[in-house]
Design a protein around this ligand. Sequence first.
Ligand SMILES: *Cc1c(COP(=O)(O)O)cnc(C)c1O
Length: 381
Amino acid sequence: MSTSPSDDAVRRAGAILTVNLGAIAANWRGLRDAGRAGGRPIDCAAVLKADAYGTGAAIVGSRLAAEGCRHFFVAHIEEGIALRAALPEPPIYVLNGLLPGTEGDFVEHRLTPVLNHLAQLNTWRAAAQRFDRALDAVIHIDTGMHRLGFGPDETQVLMNERARLRGLRLALLMSHLVVSEEPGNPINGEQLSRFRAFVKAMPGAPASLANSSGIFLGPDYHFDLLRPGAALYGINPRPGQPNPMLLTVTLDARILQVRRIDALQTVGYGAAWRSARPSRVATIALGYADGYFRNLINRTYVHLAGRRVPVIGRISMDLVTLDVTDVPEELSQPGSTVEILGSHLTADDLADHARTNAYEIMTALGHRYARVYVDHPESAA
Ligand SMILES: *Cc1c(COP(=O)(O)O)cnc(C)c1O
């Protein structure tokens, strides 16, 4: 399967996003092996919501299935339907659950709803009766997020009355951690003990608690199925510590034009940057419509031939301006390639500059880039 653009599209592209499927597969193997280090046959799923965090759910899902991944999560049913076309066999769990009236769609596309409250469970049971088959069900209990999931009272009802699940096949018990990227936070332990009590009361069903960072909280958090998203794509699951994951995406943009300006000239909308000296300004072909956030104004940089180059002035919809005064002219010409994301500046780094997290940087990656898929086992995308 290939969704890579033609050579022509790459030649014409203003910006090119390169996704290294081999690095994503290596990250998945690393997480799975971390789970298995304790000797238990733990499985590792892949969370592919938001188009696999901007990297392309169908192609990433296919690559991970080939690697041995057998469980996939998305957020929306529509994402599940699209993914089903690429992955005919494995279970696809829909985290947002079952909106009233969509039961038939779940059955038709063989998607498994994550049941987040009793009414959803009842609807799904009724569907099992109507379609006369034992439908798979995932039960998601809320152990502290207070967002989706069975609340404490409804969880207690389930624990007391197993008959509420009659007609369904309990495929998974799950909950979601609130502060897994903070190993010292006591909320982790509180959620763990609530989840343990639930799992104990529901013997026989596999259980899943750990997202990416949760995997690094240690084997107590692993249960039967790991549920990473971010770390697959190279986002650091242990903020503040060295990133154990491989880089999976690079984003390059091309210089469209280079201008010489005098000292004390302003660049861009709002005259938000002013040259202190005679300068060379390069304009590149991406902007906020491509997920390059407007609040990056005057506080980040890109790399040109390995050199750090400041982003100056306001981010436009389609354009970003750079101060290339200190870069040799022959390296900064129309058509020259600038690294926006890559080994010099990762999504985590850019997220720091944009005062957000790498999840938002990745899921905002634009749809005007030429997307190139490569498959190298190591990080050089
Ligand atoms: C998004 C999500 C995940 C994956 O989280 P990461 O931090 O990206 O690993 C796991 N479980 C649930 C319920 C989620 O919503």
